[in-house]
Design a protein around this ligand. Structure first.
Ligand code: NAD
Length: 457
């Protein structure tokens, strides 16, 4: 069981952060072992709403893949008592693999009896019911309904990005975010650059006017292509052909209802940084994209490249590219040009009238932002600090979704139109024998969007 996103390459990691690997997981375990002594045994009924610094927080993990397992590990390393009490996954082998790895590293904090291990589509509700804090790390298509349920049940949440893959999903998340505020529930979103010192310091300087007024921005996630699980491989594992739902769930990356396309699944990190710089999402966009190289029955319906021009309310343009094609120029970064200078945001460098560069040394090395985001969330829960990242998580998710709508349709897409879109990509029936809305044609190929023809609103 690898405790990280299978397709993650070094360039996928935030700048300056070591990628979280099984080896680093094991290495840091001994340091964390002493934390077990901090476990307290206070009565569970004190949670989820109010927690004191010394209390033990019960954690549930929903979506036991690479990132979910990493996030659970990080939650169990936060200061104070924590224990994993429930897990849920669509597939038993993923759940088993994750629990095994987590137990190796947190024998004392992983207390998940068999009756608290839930397999299938509905297990999340039961896992959520057992926890104070819920980690939602399934493919993002499920995030809105799971976040809504967690807030309905009064639980604090850490949810991975993106938080939705379409307009109806974003609306659901925004409504649940309001409900979370009313219930004083804390919500963290896995856009970890917001917890990365280099980014925080750099963007603080842009906001202070150190490069003047913003003229233009650009950002990229041009990289490699993710895993694929061919039908034949799944059939060999199952001893029968997979149902269409099983196939798509195993290959979630390639389907919009599950993944949102890679502009949403990965490039959201960069788009979100641009929105952070502008302190608002864009108002409209236009774009081009397609599937030029990654073709064939195994590659679902998504594009392999998107290039989008976003426009903010003051007219500032932001140029974005994301690509999944091998042997091309790879780059994951964000840049801003101002009237008095320019900023390599991801490199944490300012050039121009007030040159500056973020520096850290061994004595002052910022924490891995994946750990820092959990430290910050759990601290907010324990000390009742305001903490709700769901709104910018949702607006940045919608930024990516409107970019996809622009490349799929070839049309101008307004933010409000994308938000109010009635096209819901989620199948009405979630069951292994139910048919998702998108299905392969007689040639085994999935239909792809055709700019100029495809309607997205
Ligand atoms: N913040 C980051 O840098 C970062 C890095 C990697 C992944 N992620 C995000 O984390 C999420 C998961 O990615 P991953 O790489 O761990 O994928 P993964 O495929 O390794 O894990 C997803 C898990 O969810 C399970 N699952 C699917 N549908 C489910 C359902 N309805 N109920 C319960 N479990 C279900 C799958 O079986 C699988 O075990 C994605 O949203 C991804 O974008 C974020």
């Amino acid at each position: 069981m690898r405790i990280e996103k299978q397709h993650m390459k070094p360039s996928d990691s935030p700048i300056g952060a070591a990628p979280f690997t099984r080896r680093s997981f094991l290495k840091s375990t001994s340091a964390a072992a002493g934390g077990a002594a901090l476990l307290s045994t206070l009565a569970p009924e004190r949670f989820a709403l109010g927690a004191s610094p010394g209390d033990t927080l019960k954690v549930a993990l929903v979506g036991c893949g690479g990132r979910g397992s990493g996030a659970a590990d990080q939650a169990l390393r936060t200061e104070g008592g924590t224990k994993l009490v429930a897990v849920a996954d669509a597939f038993k082998d993923r759940l088993d693999g994750s629990l095994k790895a987590l137990k190796q590293n947190h024998a004392d904090k992983v207390q998940v009896p068999e009756e608290n291990q839930f397999v299938g589509f509905d297990g999340y509700k039961k896992a959520i019911a057992l926890a104070d804090v819920v980690i939602l790390a399934t493919p993002p298509g499920f995030r809105p309904m799971m976040f809504e349920e967690a807030i309905r049940q009064g639980k604090h949440v850490f949810m991975e990005k993106p938080v939705a893959v379409d307009g109806p999903g974003v609306r659901k998340v925004l409504a649940a975010a309001e409900e979370a505020k009313r219930k004083n529930l804390k919500v963290g979103v896995g856009l970890q650059r917001h917890h990365q010192t280099g980014y925080i310091e750099t963007i603080k300087r842009i906001h202070a006017g150190e490069i003047g007024d913003i003229v233009s921005m650009r950002c990229y996630w041009n990289g490699s292509t993710p895993w694929v699980r061919p039908r034949k491989e799944l059939a060999a594992k199952l001893g029968r052909p997979p149902t269409e739902m099983e196939y798509q769930m195993h290959n979630w990356y390639y389907f919009v209802w599950l993944c949102g396309d890679h502009i949403a699944e990965q490039h959201i990190h960069n788009l979100d940084v641009m929105n952070w710089v502008k302190q608002a999402p864009p108002v409209r966009c236009v774009g081009m994209g397609g599937c030029e190289v990654r073709k064939g029955q195994d590659y679902g319906e998504i594009f392999d490249h998107h290039a989008v021009e976003f426009e903010y309310a003051d007219g500032t343009r932001m140029f974005s590219q994301c690509r999944h094609i091998l042997n091309c120029w790879n780059n994951v970064s964000e840049h801003v040009v101002g009237t008095k200078g320019s900023c390599d945001v991801s490199g944490h460098i300012i050039r121009g009238e007030k040159p500056w560069r973020f520096r850290s040394d061994a004595a002052n090395r910022p924490k891995d932002p994946y750990q820092q985001e959990h430290d910050d969330l759990f601290d907010a829960i324990r000390r009742d600090k305001p903490f709700n990242e769901a709104v910018y998580g949702a607006t940045s998710s919608l930024t990516a979704v409107m970019g996809r709508m622009a490349t799929y349709s070839g049309k101008v897409i307004d933010y409000d139109a994308a938000l109010n879109s009635s096209i819901d990509t989620m199948p009405k029936n979630l069951a292994w024998d139910a048919m998702p809305l998108v299905k392969p044609g007689p040639d085994g190929m999935y239909p792809r969007a055709v700019p100029g023809k495809t309607e997205v609103l």
